[in-house]
Design a protein around this ligand. Structure first.
Ligand SMILES: [Zn+2]
Ligand SMILES: [Zn+2]
Length: 210
């Protein structure tokens, strides 16, 4: 399955507004870029979150790069500090996802592609390592977009309490690198899908109609 494009999303949004009069004034997920992140990848992530998680997604205004999270020793950005700041955002969205182009870390790992607050509000995805193969050459734009979408959906699902999954064919499988990530599908297994529906009920989040 390939990522859907922005045009599909706009058509879908217009259709759902007409068909479903109880659509809230704001989406469930607000996505934004922090610093130098392209508009295309942001639009593709937003469209795919909406398509695969089946909740309305809004694109929020860009904000500056997260310099507050820079760690001088590691020359990387501390993911948890970014999550904390995002979680404090005054936006009405129950979930916030940020895309950054800087390299992220958490203290126990050399780097992370993304990080989320388990059962919390915020998630962050770094594009930094997704543009190249593990040996260093660049990947196609399609592969880059697909990887970014996978990490975004995986991290956002953590905010809905989903844990890592042992099923081979599931986006919640843990991936240790980009080669691994490329082998993970862009969908949930049936167990995780059911768990997500439960979480939506718990958090009183209304799914978009199919
Ligand atoms: Zn994970
Ligand atoms: Zn699963």
């Amino acid at each position: 399955m390939s990522p859907v494009n922005t045009r599909d999303r706009i058509l879908r949004e217009n259709r759902s507004r007409n068909d479903w009069t109880s659509v809230p004034k704001h989406g469930v997920i607000g996505v934004m870029r922090l610093g130098a992140v392209g508009e295309a990848v942001l639009n593709i992530v937003a469209a795919n979150l909406q398509e695969i998680l089946r909740v309305p997604v809004d694109i929020l205004p860009a904000r500056p790069a997260p310099e507050f999270a820079y760690n001088n020793n590691r020359k990387q950005y501390h993911a948890a500090l970014i999550l904390k700041k995002l979680a404090e955002s005054s936006r009405p969205h129950p979930r916030i996802l940020a895309l950054v182009s800087v390299d992220l870390f958490i203290p126990v790992l050399t780097h992370v592609f993304g990080e989320a607050q388990m059962g919390g509000r915020a998630a962050v995805v770094s594009l930094h390592r997704l543009r190249q193969k593990e040996e260093g050459s660049r990947v196609s734009l399609d592969t880059f977009y697909e990887r970014t979408v996978k990490v975004a959906i995986h991290e956002m699902a953590h905010t809905f309490d989903l844990v890592h999954c042992n099923q081979a064919e599931c986006i919640m499988r843990f991936s240790s690198g980009t080669d691994d990530l490329d082998g993970i599908p862009l969908f949930f297994c049936e167990y995780c899908e059911a768990f997500l529906d439960d979480a939506y009920r718990r958090y009183e989040i209304q799914r978009l109609p199919d």
